[in-house]
Design a protein around this ligand. Structure first.
Ligand SMILES: [Mg+2]
Length: 229
């Protein structure tokens, strides 16, 4: 029996030549990477700070560009106030996605795939991921002691948002990226296209070359343009 791998002729060889032009590599796929907090859900630390009445805990990546400094500041405050992971999880379980975010996510996933690139933690994200229809999430994790105290954090990798976009590009996947903070800028710059979303005034002004949108309809319009290119 003839086999195309043996190259010894027969009708299969002719069929292979006929189909060959339909097979090619290098076809580009497109998808969307979004930041989580401030884009699809409220800032968890702000909600927690309000719930426990500690205003200093409301500092976020919008205010502090050095993530390690910010996290050490937060963990210090938690320890001083004897607040533990279950206290934060309790507040998170009562939170909802931002108004319109679940509908936006649903509409987006009918057009393309969505990966959330977030600096949040697995231990925080789950209840809100459920409310957003379980999009794919790349994030970090916390280190806790047996009594639930948060003693540290583990980054999946340094500069993980930008490197995820870079890795996707190596798989022939072009990315549209959007976020609201300092820690999203490298991701947006690395992507084939992107924008800021509801960024604070200082970031809009400092990075005026990156467009900024304030509504899900506006964001979807940018994404539509990227997908149609
Ligand atoms: Mg954010």
């Amino acid at each position: 029996m003839s086999d195309y791998r043996s190259g010894n002729g027969g009708s299969e060889d002719i069929r292979l030549l006929y189909f060959f032009p339909f097979f090619c590599y290098g076809v580009v796929m497109r998808l969307v990477c979004l930041d989580l907090e401030g884009v699809l859900i409220p800032e968890i630390w702000i909600a927690f700070s309000e719930a426990v009445g500690i205003p200093e805990l409301s500092r976020t990546t919008r205010d502090e560009s050095d993530y390690d400094k910010l996290m050490r500041f937060r963990l210090d405050l938690l320890a001083k106030n004897n607040l533990k992971l279950p206290d934060i999880q309790k507040v998170i379980s009562g939170m909802d996605p931002l108004e319109g975010a679940a509908e936006f996510t649903e509409a987006l996933r009918q057009k393309t795939q969505l990966i959330i690139l977030s600096d949040t933690y697995e231990e925080f994200a789950q209840p809100l991921m459920k409310k957003l229809g379980w999009p794919t999430l790349f994030c970090n994790s916390l280190v806790t002691s047996s009594d639930g105290a948060i003693t540290g954090y583990r980054l999946r990798q340094k500069n993980g948002k930008q490197l995820a976009v870079k890795a996707l590009a190596s798989l022939n996947i072009e990315v549209f990226a959007a976020g609201d903070s300092f820690n999203d800028l490298n991701m947006i710059r690395e992507a084939s296209a992107g924008c800021l979303f509801r960024a604070p005034q200082a970031i809009r002004e400092e990075y005026a070359d990156i467009p900024c949108v304030d509504s899900y309809d506006g964001l979807l319009a940018y994404i539509d343009r990227f997908l149609a290119e």
